[in-house]
Design a protein around this ligand. Sequence first.
Ligand SMILES: Cc1cc2nc3c(=O)[nH]c(=O)nc-3n(C[C@H](O)[C@H](O)[C@H](O)COP(=O)(O)OP(=O)(O)OC[C@H]3O[C@@H](n4cnc5c(N)ncnc54)[C@H](O)[C@@H]3O)c2cc1C
Length: 366
Amino acid sequence: MDRVPEVAVIGAGIVGLCTAYALAERGTTARVYERGLPGHGQSSGQSRIFRHAHDDARLVEFTRQGRAVWDEWADRLGAELISQDGVVALGGTVPGRLRTLRDVGGMTVRSLDSAEVHAHMPLLADYSGPAMLDEDGGAIRTRVAVERLAAALGDSVVTEEVISLRPTGHGTVEVRSTAGREEYATVVVCAGLGTARLARDVGLSLPVQPAAHVRLTFQVRGAPPERVACLQDSSGDFGEVGVYAAPYPGNSRYAVGLSQTVEIREDGSFADPEALAALNDRARDYVARALPGLDPEPVEYLHCWVTSLPWSEDGMAVWEADGIFFAAGHNLFKQAPRLGRALAGAALAEGLEDDLRPAAELGRSG
Ligand SMILES: Cc1cc2nc3c(=O)[nH]c(=O)nc-3n(C[C@H](O)[C@H](O)[C@H](O)COP(=O)(O)OP(=O)(O)OC[C@H]3O[C@@H](n4cnc5c(N)ncnc54)[C@H](O)[C@@H]3O)c2cc1C
Protein backbone atom coordinates (compact mmCIF):
# COMPACT_ATOMS: atom_id res chain seq x y z
CA MET A 1 0.00 0.00 0.00
CA ASP A 2 1.72 3.24 -1.10
CA ARG A 3 -0.61 6.06 -0.10
CA VAL A 4 -1.44 6.45 3.60
CA PRO A 5 -5.16 5.72 4.02
CA GLU A 6 -7.61 8.01 5.80
CA VAL A 7 -8.51 5.51 8.50
CA ALA A 8 -6.45 3.23 10.74
CA VAL A 9 -8.00 0.25 12.49
CA ILE A 10 -6.05 -1.16 15.42
CA GLY A 11 -6.46 -4.88 15.98
CA ALA A 12 -7.28 -7.64 13.50
CA GLY A 13 -9.55 -9.66 15.73
CA ILE A 14 -13.03 -10.23 14.40
CA VAL A 15 -14.16 -6.68 15.30
CA GLY A 16 -11.24 -4.93 13.58
CA LEU A 17 -11.49 -7.19 10.50
CA CYS A 18 -15.23 -6.53 10.21
CA THR A 19 -14.71 -2.79 10.65
CA ALA A 20 -12.09 -2.69 7.90
CA TYR A 21 -14.28 -4.86 5.66
CA ALA A 22 -17.27 -2.58 6.27
CA LEU A 23 -15.10 0.42 5.39
CA ALA A 24 -13.99 -1.35 2.20
CA GLU A 25 -17.60 -1.95 1.17
CA ARG A 26 -18.05 1.82 1.50
CA GLY A 27 -15.02 2.39 -0.77
CA THR A 28 -12.53 3.30 2.01
CA THR A 29 -9.37 1.27 2.45
CA ALA A 30 -8.16 1.29 6.03
CA ARG A 31 -4.76 0.24 7.32
CA VAL A 32 -5.22 -2.50 9.93
CA TYR A 33 -2.47 -2.78 12.54
CA GLU A 34 -2.13 -6.22 14.13
CA ARG A 35 0.72 -7.07 16.49
CA GLY A 36 0.33 -10.84 16.07
CA LEU A 37 -1.71 -13.04 13.76
CA PRO A 38 -5.23 -11.97 12.73
CA GLY A 39 -7.87 -13.67 14.88
CA HIS A 40 -5.50 -15.07 17.50
CA GLY A 41 -6.58 -12.89 20.44
CA GLN A 42 -10.05 -13.25 21.98
CA SER A 43 -11.30 -14.30 18.55
CA SER A 44 -9.26 -17.53 18.53
CA GLY A 45 -10.67 -21.03 18.38
CA GLN A 46 -12.94 -22.96 16.06
CA SER A 47 -16.45 -21.91 17.02
CA ARG A 48 -18.64 -19.36 18.76
CA ILE A 49 -22.38 -19.18 19.32
CA PHE A 50 -24.61 -16.85 17.36
CA ARG A 51 -27.72 -16.41 19.54
CA HIS A 52 -30.43 -13.77 19.51
CA ALA A 53 -31.40 -14.31 23.17
CA HIS A 54 -30.33 -11.38 25.34
CA ASP A 55 -32.00 -9.63 28.25
CA ASP A 56 -31.93 -6.21 26.57
CA ALA A 57 -34.45 -5.82 23.70
CA ARG A 58 -32.18 -3.22 22.04
CA LEU A 59 -29.40 -5.79 21.89
CA VAL A 60 -31.80 -8.42 20.50
CA GLU A 61 -32.67 -5.98 17.70
CA PHE A 62 -28.98 -5.17 17.09
CA THR A 63 -28.24 -8.91 16.90
CA ARG A 64 -31.18 -9.51 14.53
CA GLN A 65 -29.79 -6.86 12.19
CA GLY A 66 -26.36 -8.44 12.55
CA ARG A 67 -27.65 -11.83 11.37
CA ALA A 68 -28.56 -10.27 8.04
CA VAL A 69 -25.06 -8.83 7.66
CA TRP A 70 -23.51 -12.27 8.36
CA ASP A 71 -25.71 -13.72 5.58
CA GLU A 72 -24.80 -10.97 3.14
CA TRP A 73 -21.09 -11.40 3.80
CA ALA A 74 -21.29 -15.20 3.69
CA ASP A 75 -22.66 -14.87 0.14
CA ARG A 76 -19.99 -12.39 -0.84
CA LEU A 77 -17.12 -14.31 0.79
CA GLY A 78 -18.40 -17.61 -0.64
CA ALA A 79 -18.51 -19.61 2.62
CA GLU A 80 -20.93 -20.78 5.28
CA LEU A 81 -20.24 -18.53 8.27
CA ILE A 82 -23.05 -19.69 10.60
CA SER A 83 -24.34 -23.26 10.87
CA GLN A 84 -27.98 -24.02 10.14
CA ASP A 85 -28.70 -26.00 13.31
CA GLY A 86 -29.87 -23.33 15.73
CA VAL A 87 -29.28 -22.76 19.43
CA VAL A 88 -31.08 -24.66 22.20
CA ALA A 89 -31.42 -22.73 25.47
CA LEU A 90 -32.37 -24.43 28.74
CA GLY A 91 -33.47 -23.12 32.12
CA GLY A 92 -35.62 -20.69 34.03
CA THR A 93 -34.54 -17.69 31.92
CA VAL A 94 -36.23 -19.22 28.83
CA PRO A 95 -39.81 -17.88 29.25
CA GLY A 96 -38.65 -14.27 29.81
CA ARG A 97 -36.19 -14.40 26.94
CA LEU A 98 -38.79 -15.92 24.61
CA ARG A 99 -41.10 -13.01 25.45
CA THR A 100 -38.37 -10.46 24.67
CA LEU A 101 -37.50 -12.21 21.40
CA ARG A 102 -41.16 -12.31 20.32
CA ASP A 103 -41.69 -8.67 21.29
CA VAL A 104 -38.76 -7.64 19.08
CA GLY A 105 -39.81 -10.06 16.32
CA GLY A 106 -38.13 -10.91 13.05
CA MET A 107 -36.51 -14.19 14.10
CA THR A 108 -37.80 -17.75 14.44
CA VAL A 109 -37.92 -18.87 18.07
CA ARG A 110 -40.11 -21.42 19.83
CA SER A 111 -40.31 -23.43 23.02
CA LEU A 112 -39.34 -27.11 22.92
CA ASP A 113 -40.60 -30.18 24.77
CA SER A 114 -38.12 -32.78 25.98
CA ALA A 115 -38.38 -34.94 22.81
CA GLU A 116 -37.69 -31.89 20.65
CA VAL A 117 -34.73 -30.93 22.85
CA HIS A 118 -33.30 -34.40 22.23
CA ALA A 119 -33.92 -34.14 18.48
CA HIS A 120 -32.06 -30.84 18.20
CA MET A 121 -29.39 -31.61 20.79
CA PRO A 122 -28.82 -35.39 20.59
CA LEU A 123 -25.65 -35.20 22.72
CA LEU A 124 -27.59 -34.05 25.81
CA ALA A 125 -28.84 -36.23 28.71
CA ASP A 126 -32.61 -36.34 29.38
CA TYR A 127 -33.98 -32.91 30.17
CA SER A 128 -37.57 -31.88 30.83
CA GLY A 129 -37.40 -28.24 32.05
CA PRO A 130 -38.07 -25.03 30.08
CA ALA A 131 -36.33 -25.01 26.70
CA MET A 132 -36.38 -23.05 23.48
CA LEU A 133 -34.89 -23.13 20.01
CA ASP A 134 -33.45 -20.09 18.25
CA GLU A 135 -33.68 -21.40 14.69
CA ASP A 136 -31.80 -18.48 13.17
CA GLY A 137 -28.90 -18.91 15.60
CA GLY A 138 -26.06 -21.38 15.15
CA ALA A 139 -22.35 -22.08 15.40
CA ILE A 140 -20.19 -19.33 13.91
CA ARG A 141 -17.46 -20.75 11.66
CA THR A 142 -14.88 -18.54 13.32
CA ARG A 143 -11.74 -19.67 11.49
CA VAL A 144 -13.37 -19.38 8.08
CA ALA A 145 -14.71 -15.94 8.93
CA VAL A 146 -11.29 -14.66 10.07
CA GLU A 147 -9.47 -16.22 7.12
CA ARG A 148 -11.89 -14.94 4.47
CA LEU A 149 -12.04 -11.43 5.90
CA ALA A 150 -8.24 -11.21 6.29
CA ALA A 151 -7.79 -12.50 2.73
CA ALA A 152 -10.28 -9.94 1.39
CA LEU A 153 -8.36 -7.15 3.15
CA GLY A 154 -5.04 -8.38 1.73
CA ASP A 155 -2.00 -6.22 2.37
CA SER A 156 -3.95 -3.54 4.19
CA VAL A 157 -3.38 -5.70 7.31
CA VAL A 158 0.14 -4.96 8.58
CA THR A 159 2.06 -6.82 11.30
CA GLU A 160 2.90 -3.91 13.60
CA GLU A 161 2.13 -3.16 17.21
CA VAL A 162 0.70 0.26 17.93
CA ILE A 163 2.66 1.87 20.73
CA SER A 164 0.84 5.19 21.06
CA LEU A 165 -1.98 7.38 19.75
CA ARG A 166 -1.88 11.17 19.81
CA PRO A 167 -4.29 13.76 18.43
CA THR A 168 -2.05 16.21 16.58
CA GLY A 169 -4.17 19.30 17.17
CA HIS A 170 -4.65 19.87 13.43
CA GLY A 171 -7.48 17.39 12.89
CA THR A 172 -5.44 14.20 12.52
CA VAL A 173 -4.36 11.38 14.79
CA GLU A 174 -0.75 10.26 14.98
CA VAL A 175 -0.21 6.51 15.23
CA ARG A 176 3.23 5.41 16.39
CA SER A 177 3.88 1.72 15.79
CA THR A 178 6.82 -0.64 16.04
CA ALA A 179 7.58 0.14 12.39
CA GLY A 180 6.82 3.80 11.95
CA ARG A 181 4.72 6.91 12.41
CA GLU A 182 1.67 7.92 10.36
CA GLU A 183 -1.20 10.40 10.59
CA TYR A 184 -4.82 9.51 9.88
CA ALA A 185 -8.07 11.45 9.74
CA THR A 186 -9.53 8.97 12.20
CA VAL A 187 -8.64 5.79 14.09
CA VAL A 188 -10.84 2.91 15.22
CA VAL A 189 -9.40 0.91 18.11
CA CYS A 190 -10.58 -2.72 18.24
CA ALA A 191 -7.61 -4.02 20.21
CA GLY A 192 -9.42 -6.31 22.67
CA LEU A 193 -7.30 -6.49 25.82
CA GLY A 194 -5.13 -3.64 24.43
CA THR A 195 -7.99 -1.15 23.96
CA ALA A 196 -8.10 0.28 27.49
CA ARG A 197 -4.34 0.98 27.43
CA LEU A 198 -4.56 2.93 24.17
CA ALA A 199 -7.62 4.84 25.44
CA ARG A 200 -5.51 6.19 28.32
CA ASP A 201 -3.36 7.97 25.69
CA VAL A 202 -6.30 10.35 25.12
CA GLY A 203 -7.35 10.58 28.74
CA LEU A 204 -10.16 8.00 28.66
CA SER A 205 -10.48 5.45 31.43
CA LEU A 206 -12.61 2.60 30.08
CA PRO A 207 -14.38 0.41 32.67
CA VAL A 208 -13.15 -2.74 30.91
CA GLN A 209 -12.80 -5.75 33.19
CA PRO A 210 -10.19 -8.21 31.93
CA ALA A 211 -10.43 -11.86 32.97
CA ALA A 212 -9.33 -15.31 31.82
CA HIS A 213 -11.62 -17.85 30.23
CA VAL A 214 -11.37 -21.61 29.65
CA ARG A 215 -13.03 -23.60 26.94
CA LEU A 216 -12.59 -27.35 26.51
CA THR A 217 -13.25 -29.37 23.38
CA PHE A 218 -14.56 -32.93 23.48
CA GLN A 219 -14.82 -35.69 20.92
CA VAL A 220 -18.30 -36.89 19.98
CA ARG A 221 -18.75 -40.60 20.76
CA GLY A 222 -19.39 -42.60 17.61
CA ALA A 223 -20.49 -41.08 14.32
CA PRO A 224 -21.02 -37.29 14.40
CA PRO A 225 -24.71 -36.35 14.40
CA GLU A 226 -25.93 -34.91 11.12
CA ARG A 227 -27.44 -31.95 12.92
CA VAL A 228 -26.56 -30.60 16.34
CA ALA A 229 -27.50 -27.26 17.87
CA CYS A 230 -25.40 -24.98 20.06
CA LEU A 231 -26.31 -25.13 23.73
CA GLN A 232 -26.88 -22.43 26.32
CA ASP A 233 -27.67 -24.08 29.65
CA SER A 234 -28.71 -21.95 32.60
CA SER A 235 -30.92 -24.66 34.12
CA GLY A 236 -28.67 -25.86 36.95
CA ASP A 237 -30.08 -29.38 36.33
CA PHE A 238 -26.59 -30.65 35.54
CA GLY A 239 -24.82 -28.74 38.31
CA GLU A 240 -23.93 -25.51 36.44
CA VAL A 241 -25.99 -22.43 35.59
CA GLY A 242 -23.89 -20.75 32.92
CA VAL A 243 -22.76 -23.12 30.17
CA TYR A 244 -22.15 -22.28 26.52
CA ALA A 245 -21.33 -24.99 24.00
CA ALA A 246 -20.99 -25.19 20.22
CA PRO A 247 -20.07 -27.80 17.62
CA TYR A 248 -16.99 -27.62 15.43
CA PRO A 249 -17.49 -27.74 11.67
CA GLY A 250 -18.38 -31.36 10.78
CA ASN A 251 -19.94 -31.98 14.26
CA SER A 252 -17.30 -34.48 15.40
CA ARG A 253 -16.14 -32.18 18.20
CA TYR A 254 -18.01 -29.98 20.62
CA ALA A 255 -16.55 -27.05 22.60
CA VAL A 256 -17.89 -26.41 26.12
CA GLY A 257 -17.18 -23.46 28.42
CA LEU A 258 -18.58 -22.00 31.62
CA SER A 259 -19.57 -18.35 31.44
CA GLN A 260 -17.70 -17.82 34.71
CA THR A 261 -14.28 -16.27 34.20
CA VAL A 262 -11.20 -15.91 36.39
CA GLU A 263 -10.29 -12.45 37.67
CA ILE A 264 -6.85 -11.09 36.97
CA ARG A 265 -4.93 -8.30 38.67
CA GLU A 266 -3.92 -5.01 37.01
CA ASP A 267 -0.55 -6.54 35.96
CA GLY A 268 -2.26 -9.56 34.35
CA SER A 269 -1.39 -12.08 37.07
CA PHE A 270 -3.93 -14.34 38.76
CA ALA A 271 -5.18 -13.58 42.25
CA ASP A 272 -5.84 -17.32 42.60
CA PRO A 273 -3.47 -19.45 40.47
CA GLU A 274 -5.66 -22.55 41.02
CA ALA A 275 -8.82 -20.92 39.62
CA LEU A 276 -8.25 -21.77 35.94
CA ALA A 277 -7.67 -25.45 36.72
CA ALA A 278 -10.81 -25.46 38.91
CA LEU A 279 -12.93 -24.05 36.05
CA ASN A 280 -11.42 -26.64 33.77
CA ASP A 281 -12.47 -29.46 36.15
CA ARG A 282 -15.99 -28.05 36.50
CA ALA A 283 -16.46 -27.96 32.73
CA ARG A 284 -15.23 -31.56 32.45
CA ASP A 285 -17.54 -32.70 35.27
CA TYR A 286 -20.45 -30.91 33.60
CA VAL A 287 -19.79 -32.80 30.37
CA ALA A 288 -19.73 -36.12 32.24
CA ARG A 289 -23.16 -35.34 33.74
CA ALA A 290 -24.93 -33.44 30.95
CA LEU A 291 -23.48 -34.60 27.66
CA PRO A 292 -23.27 -38.41 27.46
CA GLY A 293 -22.84 -38.04 23.70
CA LEU A 294 -19.30 -36.75 24.34
CA ASP A 295 -16.20 -38.52 25.58
CA PRO A 296 -15.56 -36.58 28.85
CA GLU A 297 -11.77 -36.43 28.37
CA PRO A 298 -10.97 -33.08 26.69
CA VAL A 299 -9.08 -33.21 23.39
CA GLU A 300 -8.30 -29.47 23.23
CA TYR A 301 -7.98 -26.59 25.68
CA LEU A 302 -8.53 -22.97 24.79
CA HIS A 303 -7.36 -20.43 27.37
CA CYS A 304 -8.13 -16.90 26.46
CA TRP A 305 -8.39 -13.38 27.88
CA VAL A 306 -11.80 -11.81 27.75
CA THR A 307 -12.85 -8.21 28.34
CA SER A 308 -16.28 -7.28 29.64
CA LEU A 309 -18.14 -4.17 30.70
CA PRO A 310 -19.58 -3.82 34.19
CA TRP A 311 -23.28 -3.72 33.28
CA SER A 312 -23.63 -7.12 31.57
CA GLU A 313 -21.68 -10.08 30.24
CA ASP A 314 -23.16 -9.17 26.84
CA GLY A 315 -22.52 -5.43 27.22
CA MET A 316 -20.79 -3.42 24.54
CA ALA A 317 -20.03 0.24 23.91
CA VAL A 318 -17.92 2.61 21.84
CA TRP A 319 -16.05 5.54 23.39
CA GLU A 320 -15.11 8.53 21.27
CA ALA A 321 -12.40 11.17 21.82
CA ASP A 322 -10.49 13.44 19.43
CA GLY A 323 -11.52 11.55 16.30
CA ILE A 324 -10.68 8.15 17.78
CA PHE A 325 -13.25 5.42 18.48
CA PHE A 326 -12.65 2.69 21.06
CA ALA A 327 -14.86 -0.43 20.92
CA ALA A 328 -15.19 -2.68 23.97
CA GLY A 329 -17.40 -5.46 25.28
CA HIS A 330 -17.81 -9.20 25.56
CA ASN A 331 -19.49 -11.84 23.39
CA LEU A 332 -18.73 -9.64 20.43
CA PHE A 333 -18.05 -12.31 17.82
CA LYS A 334 -21.67 -12.54 16.75
CA GLN A 335 -22.02 -8.75 16.82
CA ALA A 336 -18.85 -7.99 14.85
CA PRO A 337 -20.26 -7.46 11.31
CA ARG A 338 -23.06 -5.18 12.52
CA LEU A 339 -20.72 -3.43 14.97
CA GLY A 340 -18.13 -3.14 12.20
CA ARG A 341 -20.65 -1.36 10.00
CA ALA A 342 -21.53 1.01 12.84
CA LEU A 343 -17.84 1.74 13.46
CA ALA A 344 -17.24 2.26 9.75
CA GLY A 345 -20.11 4.77 9.65
CA ALA A 346 -18.67 6.59 12.68
CA ALA A 347 -15.20 6.68 11.09
CA LEU A 348 -16.77 8.17 7.95
CA ALA A 349 -18.15 11.05 10.06
CA GLU A 350 -21.77 9.85 10.03
CA GLY A 351 -21.93 9.91 13.83
CA LEU A 352 -21.98 7.12 16.33
CA GLU A 353 -25.28 5.31 16.87
CA ASP A 354 -26.83 6.39 20.18
CA ASP A 355 -27.27 2.81 21.45
CA LEU A 356 -23.51 2.30 21.18
CA ARG A 357 -22.63 5.27 23.35
CA PRO A 358 -21.44 4.20 26.81
CA ALA A 359 -24.33 6.00 28.56
CA ALA A 360 -26.80 3.71 26.73
CA GLU A 361 -25.27 0.65 28.46
CA LEU A 362 -26.32 -1.61 25.58
CA GLY A 363 -26.90 -5.15 26.82
CA ARG A 364 -27.92 -4.07 30.34
CA SER A 365 -30.37 -6.46 32.00
CA GLY A 366 -33.65 -5.14 33.41
C1 LIG B 1 -13.58 -19.12 24.87
C2 LIG B 1 -14.44 -17.99 24.38
C3 LIG B 1 -15.76 -18.21 24.04
C4 LIG B 1 -16.55 -17.18 23.55
N1 LIG B 1 -17.82 -17.43 23.14
C5 LIG B 1 -18.50 -16.50 22.43
C6 LIG B 1 -19.71 -16.81 21.78
O1 LIG B 1 -20.20 -17.94 21.90
N2 LIG B 1 -20.32 -15.86 21.04
C7 LIG B 1 -19.80 -14.61 20.88
O2 LIG B 1 -20.39 -13.80 20.16
N3 LIG B 1 -18.64 -14.27 21.48
C8 LIG B 1 -17.99 -15.18 22.25
N4 LIG B 1 -16.79 -14.88 22.84
C9 LIG B 1 -16.30 -13.49 22.80
C10 LIG B 1 -15.70 -13.15 21.46
O3 LIG B 1 -14.88 -14.19 20.99
C11 LIG B 1 -14.93 -11.85 21.63
O4 LIG B 1 -15.77 -10.86 22.20
C12 LIG B 1 -14.43 -11.35 20.28
O5 LIG B 1 -13.66 -12.36 19.63
C13 LIG B 1 -13.58 -10.11 20.52
O6 LIG B 1 -13.01 -9.73 19.28
P1 LIG B 1 -12.11 -8.43 19.20
O7 LIG B 1 -11.78 -8.26 17.78
O8 LIG B 1 -12.77 -7.32 19.95
O9 LIG B 1 -10.83 -8.78 20.10
P2 LIG B 1 -9.56 -9.69 19.77
O10 LIG B 1 -9.94 -10.90 19.02
O11 LIG B 1 -8.83 -9.88 21.06
O12 LIG B 1 -8.72 -8.79 18.77
C14 LIG B 1 -7.91 -7.73 19.22
C15 LIG B 1 -6.63 -7.78 18.39
O13 LIG B 1 -5.91 -6.58 18.64
C16 LIG B 1 -4.55 -6.92 18.63
N5 LIG B 1 -3.87 -5.83 19.37
C17 LIG B 1 -4.02 -5.51 20.69
N6 LIG B 1 -3.27 -4.45 21.00
C18 LIG B 1 -2.63 -4.08 19.85
C19 LIG B 1 -1.72 -3.04 19.52
N7 LIG B 1 -1.31 -2.15 20.44
N8 LIG B 1 -1.26 -2.95 18.26
C20 LIG B 1 -1.67 -3.84 17.29
N9 LIG B 1 -2.53 -4.86 17.56
C21 LIG B 1 -3.01 -4.97 18.81
C22 LIG B 1 -4.47 -8.27 19.30
O14 LIG B 1 -3.30 -8.97 18.93
C23 LIG B 1 -5.73 -8.93 18.77
O15 LIG B 1 -5.51 -9.74 17.63
C24 LIG B 1 -16.00 -15.88 23.42
C25 LIG B 1 -14.67 -15.62 23.80
C26 LIG B 1 -13.90 -16.67 24.28
C27 LIG B 1 -12.48 -16.39 24.66
